[in-house]
Design a protein around this ligand. Structure first.
Ligand code: HEM
Length: 425
């Protein structure tokens, strides 16, 4: 793009939903301009044109943090930049929504530490290993279902199914409820995309209804597991652990919603972006397939950097403080743009190149180091690795056959559909 720097900056409005529907290259150019010229940039908050059940008062605006070093610095200092007033939305979460979406990702210590401790104890290496053992079987089953067709929608028929089944299995959700989990989590992350919330419907109400349905599903399961414990995560969370700690009903429901939302869409999108990137770059695909196991660790992290499935997390300034020469006041909102940090020229050599052997790769796709660093990073890496291994093994010529159909969202770098083809086995 050859537009002058200043004009380019003045034309950028991250709060305009149309900005997020722009082609990826334009988005990249805008963030490159912000990093170079205005790395801590102020924006007014997005305006909601639709009337909603919960009125959303106009907010004070936010600062977009676009450089890697600043994103890392903020994540390291939760005492200065907290998550409690909502880390997952630009608006402060109203109480009606906090009931469902107020899990640990939107908490600070000591409440965050308590929840993370209980969950980490249940999410222990033995539990994760036993889930991991099933991933290959799940991936093979998914591929088997589409194998004879020669073509399918990669997102809905392949990429989405693996994380959904893994999380449901881990929590002990039965197969008949998968569809509820899938459709409700789509609504929660849809940002009102009309494919998931029909035109004219109140997106906040749809959001709350989806939360209610998932909470109800969890309540029933938790009650059953209290009486009939198994070795699933729900049983471990509702029955007190060795330190006598367990989650309350409300904590369990909102944690389940967090897991479903955080673990499903993100992994699904990473896998889908991965296929698209590998289709467009056969040379990189060849590098990986020639020595799959050796290249997998760097390839998978490069997919997460490249995809940046979560675009931002928010923090709120707790006291006057200065960052890279900018003075913040208490209450200022800062948005950590991971997609931009992951393309920072000061950190990544040739950041616009997809390189399956990239090392080092200090990307912040799973968040930057700090108390909220992704709890499922290890599991997600495993799912992505196994999925590509099985795809290359069973459908070696699989490729995307059209441009991705993208989710219109400023929060999730989502692909809704991606047609793909392969030689039918
Ligand atoms: C490629 C896949 C994934 C990506 C890109 C991703 C990304 C993220 C990001 C950016 C955060 C927030 C970090 C912060 O605020 O500092 C996060 C937190 C979290 N993620 Fe992931 N995630 C992925 C997969 C998963 C999976 C598979 C699970 C669980 C099954 C999971 C569970 C969580 C939880 C529970 C948190 C909240 C942690 C806390 O607040 O202490 N994520 N993830």
């Amino acid at each position: 793009m050859t537009i002058p720097q200043a004009a380019r900056l003045d034309g950028i409005d991250l709060s305009d939903f149309d900005f997020w529907a722009e082609p990826w290259e334009r988005r990249e150019a805008a963030f490159a301009a912000l990093r170079a010229e205005r790395p801590i940039a102020f924006f007014a908050e997005p305006e909601f044109e639709i009337e909603t059940v919960i009125p959303i008062p106009p907010g004070p605006g936010y600062y977009a943090i676009t450089r890697h070093a600043d994103v890392v610095e903020i994540s390291r200092h939760p005492e200065l930049y907290c998550s409690g007033q909502s880390s997952t939305s630009i608006i402060d979460m109203p109480p009606e929504l906090l009931e469902f979406f107020g899990s640990m990702i939107n908490m600070d210590d000591p409440r965050h530490a308590r929840l993370r401790r209980i969950v980490s104890a249940a999410f222990n290496p033995r539990m994760v290993r036993s889930v991991e053992d099933t991933i290959q079987q799940v991936a093979d089953d998914i591929i088997e279902q589409v194998r004879g067709k020669g073509a399918c929608d990669f997102v809905t028929e392949v990429a989405a199914r693996l994380p959904l089944k893994v999380i449901c299995d881990m929590m002990g959700v039965s197969e008949r409820d998968y569809d509820t989990v899938f459709t409700r989590s789509n609504v929660i992350l849809s940002m009102g995309d009309t494919e998931y919330v029909p035109e004219g419907e109140d997106p906040v109400l749809a959001f709350m209804n989806a939360g209610t349905d998932l909470a109800e599903l969890m309540r029933e399961l938790a009650a059953y597991r209290l009486e009939h414990p198994t070795d699933d995560l729900t049983s471990a969370l509702v029955n007190a652990n060795v330190d006598g700690e367990a989650l309350t009903d409300a904590e369990l429901s909102s944690f389940f919603i967090l897991l479903v939302v955080a673990g499903n869409e993100t992994t699904r999108n990473a896998i889908s972006h991965g296929l698209w990137a590998l289709t467009e770059r056969p040379d990189q695909r060849a590098v990986w397939t020639e020595d799959f196991d050796a290249v997998a660790p760097t390839a998978v992290d490069e997919i997460v950097r490249w995809a940046s499935p979560v675009i931002f997390m928010r923090r709120t300034v707790t006291q006057p403080t200065t960052l890279s020469g900018h003075d913040f006041a208490e209450g200022d909102k800062v948005l950590l743009f991971y997609n931009s940090a992951n393309r920072d020229e000061d950190v990544f050599e040739d950041p616009q190149r997809f390189d399956v052997r990239r090392a080092p790769n200090p990307h912040v796709g799973f968040g930057a180091p700090g108390p909220h660093f992704c709890l499922g990073a290890h599991l997600a890496r495993r799912e992505i690795t196994v999925m590509f291994k099985e795809l290359f093994r069973h459908l070696p010529d699989i490729r995307a056959t059209a441009e991705p159909d993208r989710l219109r969202s400023n929060f999730i770098n989502g692909i809704k559909h991606l047609p793909c083809a392969y030689s039918a086995g």
